[in-house]
Design a binder for this molecule. Structure first.
Ligand code: COA
Ligand code: AMP
Length: 630
């Protein structure tokens, strides 16, 4: 079916469309219908079906004759190792781990926090949870102990599964002390922790609380898959919101599987048996959906890559992995390509490898700048597809449906709305605007299957963040426009979220940390444009009256504070002390104007500014940091 007909049908006949897609999933009890709207505007999909995601990702492939196919390849240029696990081996390992968790009392509905780097055991831990109907919440390794503690308090896990360490180029990330610190800080105490001891570091275990990954599985009976309702949460994934308190996005089991399996053929153009590689991290939504669940549900071989685009050991790593493992579709973030392009602009590394297996490349996580797309297309000689999605959606909201119908690529646009997404651009009053006009991007409710039905323990926040602004719509938090052909253009966020190297961060969260410094009276954090990472956070600090300490010391302490509280992933390294912040007469900080000054862009003097002279002070402060650049 052509894209236009398919999209139209998904909107006019969602029941028929999604019930058909649901047939690709093995249900213990098939759902009687697709959409459950009794609690509108809160919607659920496939709520009365019974299903297990681990069964669909592993067991059914083993039962169906795919047991000897490689399910997971671990390629770690950081440790210099490559290993692989078949579907049969994965099922055996996951069933045993689930059995050990079950023996310790983990059951359907219990939460389990997973704090692991890019190793196959991270996928095993996720799948063992879904096998039992336990709800996992993976925490990215680049967050500090405090962020882990916040998530422990919100999710209230029965147990935490962690690795002894993660590995960044040139340094070991000591996960265990971070975990111990987080549990000490958190009000909620998990009953036990399971620690996977990596060769690179053996962590000290706390008697009575910590269990060794291998030892605790000794002699246990493997666990069977526990069928759960279609709307049962498979996982909670925390993402940045407008405060330091992250939002716990709930992922419903049934709709997620149905949507993911649709995307694998229709967007990523892979069939069972094909090798699919997403270079991201299991700590992010892209890792949940396209390193773990979607490729396994489809019967692909997925790659768990522990490395960086450059420096592990060189800018040819991506091409080596693609060529060695015969990757058909490859997915990464634009920032990763910018890093490679910077080191190897002429693509000399590209030509060292046979990339004939590679058919399509996909980019997401941040705006894909046309230069990067063109560079990648020239070097790789395959279509480079930008697509747009969010932690909340769990799968692409807009893409080029390559496996269904390859539409013309328009640079700067992640193409068109995917099935079930009725994308509109609204003005401040919530009225749809015409093609080419900038506005808030909103999706008419209901959102399609797999998307968030709610926030964990925070329905009021869910309604306020996403539903209240434009009744009848889901507010994406992105601003942009649609063109005459329905192509979406994502231009900016409407909230305080910034995107640093494909990582979603809240400037509000950073401001909360800076404001806790004893010498800081007031502060603002903005995202400035950066050639490599897309955006970088930059802080303005107003000090308490009478502070006599050296500003450089305070800036240094603030940088350390953000790293210690939020984590290295915040990449907060730039801050400047200023006397005052520019504000409107009603006291709102003019962050947008500061961004324009930092980026060297033209801007209109805000009519409501209380004192325009402050902008000169801001410009002078930015100059000391080298902004605007160039
Ligand atoms: N555990 C611990 N620390 C981590 C980490 C992890 N999993 N991931 C990143 N960090 C640290 C980095 O070591 C770095 O520390 P530093 O300040 O001491 O140098 C810091 O967090 C910032 O990391 P990052 O912004 O990623 O910068 P980088 O210089 O390490 O790498 C890129 C830059 C572009 C190569 C890298 O960001 C990248 O590959 N990005 C792709 C992102 C991606 O896949 N996103 C998913 C969306 S699809
Ligand atoms: P995350 O929840 O981390 O996936 O981040 C989601 C946000 O990243 C979106 O709301 C956008 O602001 C941004 N984003 C993701 N993909 C794209 C894209 N292809 N183009 C522009 N922005 C994107």
């Amino acid at each position: 079916m052509r894209y236009a007909d398919l999209h139209q049908r998904s909107l006019t006949d969602p029941e028929g469309f999604w019930m058909e897609q649901a047939q690709a999933i093995d249900w213990d009890k098939p759902p009687s219908k697709a959409l459950f709207d009794a609690n509108a505007p809160l919607y659920e999909w496939f709520a009365d079906g019974m299903v297990n995601m681990c069964w669909n990702a592993l067991d059914r492939h083993v039962e169906g004759g795919r047991g000897d196919q490689v399910a997971v390849i671990h390629d770690s240029p950081i440790t210099g190792t490559k290993t692989s696990l078949t579907y049969a081996a994965m099922r055996e390992r996951v069933a045993r781990l689930a059995g050990a968790l079950k023996a310790r009392g983990v059951e359907k509905g219990d939460r389990v926090i997973i704090y692991m780097p890019m190793i196959p055991e991270a996928l095993m831990a996720m799948l063992a949870c879904t096998r039992l109907g336990a709800i996992h919440s993976v925490v990215f390794g680049g967050f500090a102990a405090n962020e882990l503690a916040v998530r422990i308090d919100d999710a209230q896990p029965k147990c935490v599964i962690a690795a002894s360490c993660g590995l960044e180029p040139g340094r070991v990330i000591h996960y265990k002390p971070l975990l111990d610190g987080a549990i000490e800080t958190a009000r909620h105490k998990p009953e036990f922790c399971v620690i996977f001891q990596r060769e690179q570091e053996t962590a000290a275990l706390i008697d009575g609380r910590d269990l060794d990954w291998s030892a605790f599985q000794d002699g246990v009976a493997p666990a069977d898959c526990v069928p759960v309702e279609g709307n049962h949460p498979a996982y909670i994934l925390y993402t940045s919101g407008t405060t330091g308190q992250p939002k716990g996005v709930i992922r419903p089991t049934g709709g997620y599987m149905v949507a993911l399996q649709w995307t694998m053929k229709n967007i990523y153009n892979v069939d069972p048996g094909d090798v699919f590689w997403t270079a991201s991290d299991v700590g992010w939504v892209v890792g949940h959906s396209y390193i773990c669940y979607a490729p396994l549900i489809t019967g692909n071989t997925t790659i768990v890559f522990e490395g960086k685009p450059v420096g592990t050991p060189d800018a040819g790593t991506f091409w080596r992995v693609i060529s060695e493992h015969r990757v058909k579709s490859f997915f990464t973030a634009p920032t990763a390509f910018r890093a490679v392009k910077r080191e190897d602009p002429k693509g000399e590394f590209v030509r060292k490898y046979d990339l004939s297996c590679l058919k399509t490349v996909y980019l997401a996580g941040e705006r894909a700048d046309p230069d990067t797309i063109l560079w990648a297309q020239d070097q790789l000689n395959v279509p480079v597809i930008d697509h747009w999605w969010q932690t909340e959606s769990g799968w692409p909201m807009a893409a080029n449906p390559v496996g269904c119908e390859m539409l013309p690529v328009k640079l700067g646009s992640p193409a068109v709305a995917m099935p079930g997404y009725d994308v509109h651009v609204l003005d401040e009053g919530g009225h749809p605007v015409g093609p080419g006009t900038l506005g808030a991007i909103a999706v008419k409710l209901p959102l399609p299957p797999g998307t968030l039905p709610n926030l964990w323990n925070a329905e009021a926040r869910f309604r306020k963040s996403y539903l209240d602004q434009f009744p009848g719509y889901y507010a994406t938090g992105d601003a942009g426009y649609l063109d005459e052909d329905g192509y979406v253009y994502i231009m900016a966020r409407t909230d305080d979220v910034i995107n640093v190297a494909g990582h979603r961060l809240s400037t509000g969260g950073m401001e909360e940390v800076l404001a806790s410094h004893p010498d800081v009276a007031e502060c603002a954090v903005i995202g400035v444009a950066d050639d490599l990472k897309g955006q970088l956070p930059l802080g303005f600090l107003c000090l308490n009256k009478g502070t006599t300490r050296d500003s450089a010391d305070i800036v240094r302490e603030c940088v350390t504070l953000v790293r210690d509280r939020i984590g290295p992933v915040a990449a907060f390294k730039l801050a400047v002390v200023v006397d005052r912040l520019p504000k409107t007469r009603s006291g709102k900080i003019l962050r947008g104007t500061m961004v324009s000054i930092a980026d060297g862009k033209e801007f209109r003097m805000p009519a409501t500014i209380d004192d325009p002279a402050i902008l000169d002070e801001i410009a002078a402060g930015l100059k000391t940091l080298g902004y605007p650049q160039g």
